[in-house]
Ligand binder design. Structure first.
Ligand SMILES: Cc1cc2nc3c(=O)[nH]c(=O)nc-3n(C[C@H](O)[C@H](O)[C@H](O)COP(=O)(O)O)c2cc1C
Length: 193
């Protein structure tokens, strides 16, 4: 059975990020997947302590906390979902703490640069949500988020939603957006991508 893991960078339980992740996971489950959502605000997630232990012991983060088992799970899952609101023009703080910890999944290459320690071929979907109407307004932040949590680790992106104008148009009120999220969830299961 395929296992889909979702990391939610929003602290709001009924918010837009949560709604869209829920619909993605519903879509994945409709294809027989086992799913789990990790709400970064609710686990005991500490920041990277800067020990650089993961440079000498690649694949292992020496910071032991509520995130530790989920960092391991990233290596074993079949697909990953990352969802995050835009806060003050950037990703949320909860998501930044998570990204710093992903350093442990990047190993140094002898000639410079990094290689992913996540086995290749896993699928990936991204959700961002923002109050502003222009989908390109935070494209640098979104590229950064997708790069470190997705393509940089070797995940293959099957779908992305940049939800805009979220105050006037919440995700819950848009059947089109919900259907799009559900369809992305189905695509996370390999045979459908
Ligand atoms: C602290 C804070 C800062 C925000 N900063 C921005 C911002 O810079 N640009 C923007 O378009 N929306 C901003 N927003 C709005 C959120 O991105 C928007 O409401 C989003 O849909 C929240 O996601 P959620 O519903 O999953 O919590 C901010 C919201 C909060 C709480």
């Amino acid at each position: 059975m395929a296992r889909i893991l979702a990391f939610n960078g929003s602290p709001r339980k009924g918010g837009n990020t949560s709604t869209l992740i829920r619909n993605i996971l519903d879509g994945a489950r409709s294809e027989g997947a086992d799913t789990q959502e990790v709400r970064l605000h609710e686990i005991d997630q500490k920041g990277c302590k800067g020990c650089l232990g993961c440079r000498t012991n690649p694949g292992t983060c020496a910071q032991k906390d509520g995130l530790s088992p989920f960092l391991e799970d990233i290596k074993n899952c079949d697909g990953l979902v990352v969802g995050c609101p835009i806060y003050m023009y950037r990703i949320s703080g909860q998501m930044k703490l998570f990204i710093d910890r992903l350093y442990s999944l990047y190993a140094d290459l002898p000639g410079g640069g990094y290689e992913s320690l996540v086995p290749p071929g896993k699928t990936y979907a991204l959700i961002t949500t923002q109050g502003a109407p222009d989908p390109d307004q935070y494209k640098k932040s979104i590229r950064y988020l997708a790069g470190f949590t997705g393509s940089g680790l070797g995940f293959v992106e099957v779908g992305r939603i940049v939800h805009t104008n979220s105050h006037a148009s919440p995700a819950e009120a848009s059947p089109k957006l919900l259907a799009c999220a559900y369809e992305i969830g189905r695509k996370l299961i390999k045979n459908n991508s």
